[in-house]
Design a protein around this ligand. Structure first.
Ligand SMILES: Nc1ncnc2c1ncn2[C@@H]1O[C@H](COP(=O)(O)OP(=O)(O)OP(=O)(O)O)[C@@H](O)[C@H]1O
Ligand code: SF4
Ligand SMILES: [Mg+2]
Length: 344
């Protein structure tokens, strides 16, 4: 059975004066209606670049894109990478919609939020301006903004960060999209507001049966909302598994490092917090071997210098659990157990 969005072998690169930046490298993932896929990774790992390609938002003059991204509509599949620009433009905001990290850069400062939501609605509906405003109020109410009769006439700067993010969500959902790509929707917000926004998205997803892609650099925020996780490193997917497998049986040392860097209530006391030392790789001259090798504590445990010389494939290590590492599952488990006993 096809899922609603199926991204297949998608690569995105930018020719620059210094060389070609290979920002997304042979990416494949899928997400179905009603499901949430989290895409996690450090800054610069290619999370936004990949999903902007799905939305058709790269400048075709300055970007090279290969691969496919099928949206499986009732009328048949559409590959948004090869489809004409006009077709993708018409799907944007309706079939698929995106919310961005910084709502101030996506909202116009000189128009009321009501005007902006009504305009987004008017792109796909032929009602009057009054109808558009009525719809804007309905959406603001839906995303939990109080006193909508007054607030619909206010400007973005009159809203707090959390409320602005709710306005962005209202605007993104005004035409009932089937796919919502949320690019770090909560990064700028404090923890309480962050969790309110995630709960809001979860509730709206249930109500409208949306597919959601949640992009974040923080594995902590995905624990409660995602069904599946793709971990990206250096422009590639290094692990792709269900939420339970990712958290309880990670099979890639970078994912293990990410998990160790979040506080875990269940392990308080016995668990040390650790950030992963070192820098991510340059995307212009990717190493021949595993891109994580310079930072990987287990590289020397792999025989024959393989981590330095050969990039590991994204293998299915167990059913529906994919990871990119030369270590076998048993070897990794042994190394992790050794670390754990050393830490006690
Ligand atoms: N237009 C561009 N030209 C050249 N390089 C680019 C361009 N856009 C993005 N990049 C590079 O592509 C890489 C991936 O960027 P991307 O924005 O996808 O990272 P990200 O994972 O979303 O990071 P963050 O968590 O900081 O948002 C980065 O090294 C970035 O500098
Ligand atoms: S392939 Fe080698 S360097 Fe890469 S993550 Fe696995 S052990 Fe570490
Ligand atoms: Mg980004």
């Amino acid at each position: 059975m096809s899922k609603f969005l199926e991204v297949k072998n998608l690569s995105v690169s930018f020719p620059t004066e210094d060389g070609v930046v290979l920002a997304a490298n042979d990416i494949s993932y899928s997400v179905d209606l009603g499901e949430t896929l989290a895409i996690v990774g450090e800054s610069g790992s290619g999370k936004s670049v990949t999903n902007l390609a799905v939305m058709g938002l790269h400048n075709p003059q300055r970007t090279q894109i290969t691969g496919q991204a099928f949206i499986n509509l009732e009328s048949g599949p559409v590959d948004v990478i090869s489809a004409p620009t006009e077709v993708v433009r018409r799907m944007r905001g309706k079939t698929m919609s995106m919310i961005f990290q910084d709502p101030m850069s996506a909202l116009h400062p000189y128009y009321s939020v009501g005007d902006q939501i009504a305009e987004a609605w008017g792109l796909y509906n032929s009602g009057s301006k009054r109808d558009g405003f009525a719809r804007a109020k309905e959406m603001l109410d839906l995303v939990g903004i109080p006193d909508v009769d007054k607030r619909v006439n206010e400007f973005p700067h009159q809203f707090s960060g959390g409320m602005r993010q709710r306005v962005m969500i209202a605007m993104a959902l005004v035409n009932n999209p089937s796919l919502l790509i949320a690019d770090e929707p909560t990064t700028a917000l404090d923890v309480t507001v962050q969790s309110q926004i995630l709960q809001l998205l979860g509730g709206l997803q249930k109500e409208f049966n949306m597919a959601i892609i949640l992009i974040t650099h923080d594995l902590g925020v995905v624990a409660e909302v995602a069904d599946r996780v793709c971990v990206m490193y250096g422009g590639r997917i290094v692990e792709n598994a269900s939420i339970d497998e990712t958290f309880y049986n990670p099979l890639q040392p970078y994912t293990v490092g990410l998990l160790n860097s979040i506080p875990r209530v269940d392990k308080l006391g016995s668990h040390r917090l650790s950030a992963i030392p070192g820098q991510p790789p340059s995307l212009i001259n990717l190493p021949r071997g595993c891109a994580f090798e310079p930072r990987c504590q287990f590289a020397s445990s792999v025989a024959g210098n393989l981590c330095k010389t050969t990039n590991p494939n994204l293998d299915e290590k167990s059913t529906d659990h994919f990871a990119r590492c030369h270590l076998s599952t048993t070897q990794l488990h042994q190394l992790l157990a050794k670390n754990e006993s050393g830490a006690k």
